[in-house]
Ligand binder design. Structure first.
Ligand SMILES: C[S@@+](CC[C@H](N)C(=O)[O-])C[C@H]1O[C@@H](n2cnc3c(N)ncnc32)[C@H](O)[C@@H]1O
Length: 240
C-alpha cells in the first residue's frame, strides 16, 4: 500500500480520482491542520497539498508535483510529439504503453482518444490525479503495457506510442526531475534494444496507422523507421 499523507479532517472521497486509487492507498492524517506538509518516515509516499498530490521520496529533496505547463507544451499542434503521432486533424485512438507521469500521453489526449498504461502504482496514482487536475479525459490503467497490447483487438488503435525505460548511458547528464523520479520508482529492468525491437513488431501488428518510438537524440535507430522528428534532446521514430 502507498501511504497518503493528508490534512486532518479532509474528506478524501470527494476527490474525483479517489475511487480509482483507493485500493492502492493507505491514508495517514497529518497531526495538525497547519502541518499538511509534514513528512513521514520510510519509502516513497504521496501527500495531498491543497488539491494537488505530491510525491515525497527521500532520495530527492522536497516534494515533486506534476506541472500543467509541461503537458501544455507537448500538446501544441506544432510539437514534435503531436506531429510524430499524427493526431492533429485526425480521429485517432492512441495506446501509450509506458505512460509514466503522462506528460506525453495526456498531451496527446488533448487531440485524441488515449489509453495510458502504467505499471508502477505510485506513478499511476499521480497520473490519475494529474489528469483530473488538468480536466483531461483519458482511459488510465494500472497494468502491463505489452500485455495490454497483446489483448487489444487488431483494430483498436491507430497509434501505439512507445516510451520505455532505456538503460542510463551518460550518468553525468541527469534527465529531468520527473524522469529521475520515474527511474527511482521503477524496479523493472530497462528495455534492451532487442526487447524494443520485439515491442515494435508487436505494436505494428496492432496499430492501424503508426507506431511511434521515443528515443534519446543520439540513440541508434532500431530497424528502419519511415521518418524521424528530432527535438533538442529526444527523437521520435515513426514506423508505418
Ligand atoms: C520513460 S518512462 C515514460 C515517461 C512518459 N512518456 C511521460 O511522459 O511521463 C517509462 C515508464 O514505463 C513504465 N513501465 C515500465 N515497464 C512497463 C510495463 N511493462 N508496462 C507498463 N508500464 C511500464 C515505468 O514505470 C515508467 O513510468
Amino acid at each position: 500500500m502507498i501511504r497518503l499523507l493528508h490534512p486532518p479532517g479532509r474528506d478524501l472521497s470527494q476527490l474525483a480520482w479517489w475511487p480509482d486509487c483507493v485500493h492502492l492507498l493507505e491514508p495517514v492524517a497529518a497531526s495538525h491542520a497547519e502541518e499538511p506538509l509534514a513528512e513521514i518516515e520510510g519509502s516513497p509516499y504521496l501527500r495531498l497539498n491543497g488539491d494537488r498530490l505530491e510525491l515525497v521520496d527521500r532520495r530527492f529533496s522536497g516534494g515533486f508535483c506534476l506541472k500543467a505547463e509541461d503537458v501544455a507544451r507537448h500538446a501544441k499542434s506544432t510539437s514534435f510529439l503531436c506531429r510524430a503521432a499524427g493526431v492533429i486533424g485526425a480521429e485517432f485512438r492512441v495506446l501509450d504503453m509506458f505512460a509514466g507521469f503522462g506528460v506525453d500521453g495526456l498531451a496527446l489526449a488533448r487531440h485524441a482518444d488515449v489509453t495510458l498504461v502504467e505499471q508502477n502504482p505510485i506513478a499511476f496514482v499521480l497520473l490519475r490525479e494529474f489528469a483530473d487536475r488538468l480536466g483531461i479525459r483519458a482511459d488510465i490503467r494500472l497494468g502491463d503495457g505489452p500485455e495490454e497490447l497483446s489483448k487489444a483487438i487488431t483494430s483498436a488503435y491507430e497509434v501505439v506510442y512507445l516510451d520505455p525505460m532505456f538503460p542510463m548511458r551518460n550518468k553525468k547528464a541527469l534527465p529531468n526531475r520527473g524522469m529521475q523520479h520515474l527511474r527511482a520508482l521503477d524496479v523493472s529492468e530497462p528495455f534492451s534494444e532487442a526487447g524494443v525491437t520485439n515491442l515494435i513488431e508487436l505494436a505494428r501488428g496492432c496499430a492501424l496507422d503508426r507506431v511511434v518510438l521515443k528515443r534519446r537524440l543520439r540513440d541508434p535507430q532500431i530497424g528502419k523507421p519511415n521518418f524521424s522528428l528530432k527535438g533538442r534532446t529526444v527523437r521520435f521514430d515513426v514506423y508505418r
